[in-house]
Design a protein around this ligand. Structure first.
Ligand SMILES: Cc1cc2nc3c(=O)[nH]c(=O)nc-3n(C[C@H](O)[C@H](O)[C@H](O)COP(=O)(O)OP(=O)(O)OC[C@H]3O[C@@H](n4cnc5c(N)ncnc54)[C@H](O)[C@@H]3O)c2cc1C
Length: 166
């Protein structure tokens, strides 16, 4: 059972199904989340439509037992007990900024974006750089592989420039 309707849920459901697992999606809403990537959406939607991966929309899990789960429809309150071995709760994540703050890097309390210069990726602590998805704080969809990999050259150039000037 995969809980959620975002990219992680779609990826997990499709991967498990392709590896031979029987997968059911349980989601609070009536459809997949709008942020599901365009190249993943047809795959997961078609698997749901043809019944390969059943989706229980507007459902939540009430109870997880060793070999079954109890799910409930949010409006009707109808409960079902389904045979189940594993539950993957793909319900989101938040960055843990504590390794940065321990170094003295200022992290925005609302956005969780670390204070940094976008041209060099250097934080407010000289010599400490940030790269990758951590740069986008809570909004993980802003940085992905294609733009996250651009951070490396900026950092390398900054480090090289410092070496040249020292
Ligand atoms: C479901 C899903 C689908 C995606 N699909 C795509 C896609 O199709 N195309 C695309 O471009 N991007 C995609 N992305 C985004 C992409 O995965 C990320 O942008 C990318 O992985 C970010 O790389 P990163 O190295 O910054 O961070 P991560 O890949 O998250 O790496 C961070 C690493 O740091 C480790 N770590 C964390 N805290 C600590 C600590 N305290 N000490 C030591 N290690 C620590 C973690 O274990 C992890 O290994 C997807 C993301 C998700 C969740």
């Amino acid at each position: 059972m995969v809980v959620g309707g975002g990219n992680s849920a779609a990826d997990a459901a499709l991967t498990c199904w392709r590896e031979g697992a029987r997968v059911t999606i349980v989601h609070l809403f009536e459809e997949l989340d709008r942020g599901v990537k365009p190249w993943v959406r047809p795959d997961i939607e078609n698997r749901i439509a043809d019944g390969s991966i059943p989706a229980l929309w507007r459902h939540r899990i009430l109870e997880i037992r060793p070999r079954e789960v109890v799910v409930e429809h949010l409006e009707t309150g109808v409960r079902r007990t389904l045979a189940n071995d594993w539950v993957l709760a793909m319900t989101g994540f938040e960055p843990d900024p504590s390794p940065l703050t321990r170094l003295g890097v200022e992290v925005d309390p609302v956005t969780a974006v670390p204070h940094h210069a976008p041209a060099t990726m250097e934080t407010n602590v000289p010599g400490i750089y940030v790269a990758g998805v951590v740069v986008s704080g809570h909004d993980a969809n802003k940085i992905f592989i294609e733009n996250g990999k651009l951070h490396g050259p900026l950092i390398a150039a900054s480090v090289a420039a410092k070496k040249t000037s020292s």
